[in-house]
Write a protein that binds this ligand. Structure first.
Ligand SMILES: [Zn+2]
Ligand SMILES: [Zn+2]
Length: 268
């Protein structure tokens, strides 16, 4: 929160995005503080690298459905207030929060992992993408709690996949640690895992000459843009050991880098 306020002062053109993020983070933290520890323990469990299957089953996530409905409503309220949601979409999402089928909707969202192959073959569906985005934000307190409790107990030395070993989510961001390793940060549970420093996590292209990389002006952030699938990944360069990656802050601080990448023809 403090870092977001500092960012707002340093870069006033990012103030609206930072304000929205502060509210989303506040809602997430209030609910996350009430989420119980998951009952599964996972001590030294190895996710199956060969079958690329993450370890956390939907039934193992400690979801309180009253709190989940609250998260959906609050997320929609915040997005609407910052004009990121149109009224009809807002109404649809509020209706979903009251719907008795919500558990099935969330289970199916959780179990459909977003593989690059599927992304390419599916027709673009903005309505579904929007709903997925709201579900992702509403599920975050529950999944982040699981990541805190369970990810450090997994044995990950054999996991070389670009998907989260815990929940199967796609990476949303990356962190370059003081050992110059690249860790991917899960878009769903915000957990981190080591991944090859160059390979594109979306299509697994590892041809160095087909990855375009550039940094922000201050050198703190880096983009890896793939010339095969045209998607890009942003990273916080923490080699100086100054701080860990902070997804809520770094995703806002890098909005100008997103614009630069999109201008060059890449997609997030
Ligand atoms: Zn995850
Ligand atoms: Zn790629």
């Amino acid at each position: 929160m403090r870092e977001l306020r500092e960012l707002k002062n340093a870069q006033p053109d990012l103030a609206t995005a930072a304000d929205m993020q502060i509210e989303l983070l506040g809602a997430q933290r209030r609910v996350q503080s009430r989420v119980p520890l998951p009952s599964a323990t996972f001590d030294r469990r190895k996710p199956d690298n060969a079958r690329c299957s993450p370890v956390l089953q939907f039934k193992d996530i400690p979801i309180d459905w009253t709190d989940f409905r609250l998260m959906i409503r609050q997320t929609a309220d915040i997005l609407r207030r910052f004009e990121t949601l149109e009224q009809p979409d807002y109404d649809r999402i509020q209706a979903l929060a009251r719907d008795g089928q919500i558990e099935a909707v969330v289970a199916s969202w959780y179990e459909t992992t977003m593989t690059p192959a599927r992304r390419q073959s599916d027709e673009p569906n903005p309505e579904k993408e929007l709903l997925d985005q709201v579900l992702l934000l509403a599920m975050r307190p529950f999944l982040a709690r699981c990541a805190e409790a369970l990810l450090p107990r997994l044995e990950l030395s054999d996991w070389h996949q670009p998907r989260c070993p815990l929940c199967g989510g796609e990476p949303e961001f990356a962190f370059i640690n003081p050992a110059a390793e690249r860790l991917l940060i899960c878009s769903r549970c915000t957990g981190q895992w080591r991944y090859d420093p160059i390979t594109c996590p979306y299509c697994e292209n590892s041809d160095r000459s087909r990855i375009t990389s550039f940094t922000s002006r201050d050198g703190r952030y880096r983009i890896y843009a793939c010339d095969e699938c045209h998607r890009y990944l942003k990273a916080f360069d923490g080699r100086d050991g100054s701080r860990p990656a902070l997804l809520a802050v770094d995703s806002i601080a890098t909005l100008p880098l997103d614009a630069a990448a999109i201008q060059r023809g890449y997609n997030s």
